[in-house]
Design a binder for this molecule. Structure first.
Ligand code: AMP
Length: 209
């Protein structure tokens, strides 16, 4: 049994991992993947970029969502367009054997019509920057009222960029009973306020120093 299999990941995801050439799970993956797979818990993870955090939340989300449904089940918020596109691309690679998977990137500076069309096709996972997401919600172009998983990626960066109110507004359109997974490189007061406000007794993991 390889190390990724031991974390509890299913064959179609292990196949993608094999294609990507990942040999051993990184620290954040070793800690987060079993925790996220085994329980419906909130999570706070202190982890820098480059530690493999996208896979740490991406694989559990891909394993847990219902690919046969066209309902949006996962929402990932990220601070920048670059990160949004990077996460979307990674998720598509991780989910290459998830037949019927549709991951949609929603970010400013690109056609909102195209993004709306993609959502309308039925997208299980939306990866978004907060500003454009608010815009799409206001215009009723997305429905996040049935999501099971919300990820706040680089939460400290999003707050630095002044997205607190946007994040609050976006989360107010999601169900209370979802799981929220927060990733941040640092834990300033603002991030712990978010964690306290939106999460219930989260599992906490720290990677590196
Ligand atoms: P991230 O921290 O999610 O931005 O990931 C940084 C880079 O590491 C990405 O290009 C991933 O494809 C890659 N990566 C993630 N997990 C692993 C792993 N277990 N082994 C090797 N590379 C990985």
């Amino acid at each position: 049994m390889n190390a990724f299999q031991q974390l509890g990941l299913e064959d179609h995801l292990l196949q993608a991992i094999n294609d990507l050439g990942f040999e051993t799970p990184s620290e954040v993956q070793q800690k987060a993947i079993p925790a996220l797979l085994s329980e419906e818990n909130d999570l706070v993870a202190l982890a820098q970029t480059g530690t493999g955090k996208t896979a740490a939340f991406g694989f559990p989300m891909l394993q847990k969502i219902d690919i046969n449904s066209r309902t949006t089940q996962g929402l990932i918020l990220s601070p920048t367009r670059e990160l949004c596109l990077q996460i979307t691309n990674e998720l598509k690679l991780y989910g290459k054997y998830c037949n019927g998977l549709n991951v949609t990137a929603i970010y400013g500076g690109a056609s909102i019509t195209e993004q709306a069309k993609n959502v309308k096709r039925g997208t299980q996972i939306i990866v978004a920057t907060p500003g454009r997401m608010i815009d799409m919600i206001t215009r009723r172009l997305v429905d996040i009222s049935k999501i099971d998983y919300a990820v706040l990626d680089e939460a400290d960066e999003m707050l630095n960029m002044g997205f607190f109110e946007d994040i609050k507004a976006i989360l107010s359109h999601t169900p209370q009973e979802k799981s929220t997974w927060l990733f941040s490189a640092t834990m300033p007061k603002e991030v712990s306020i978010i964690a306290k406000k939106f999460m219930a007794s989260p599992t906490e993991i720290t990677v590196g120093s």
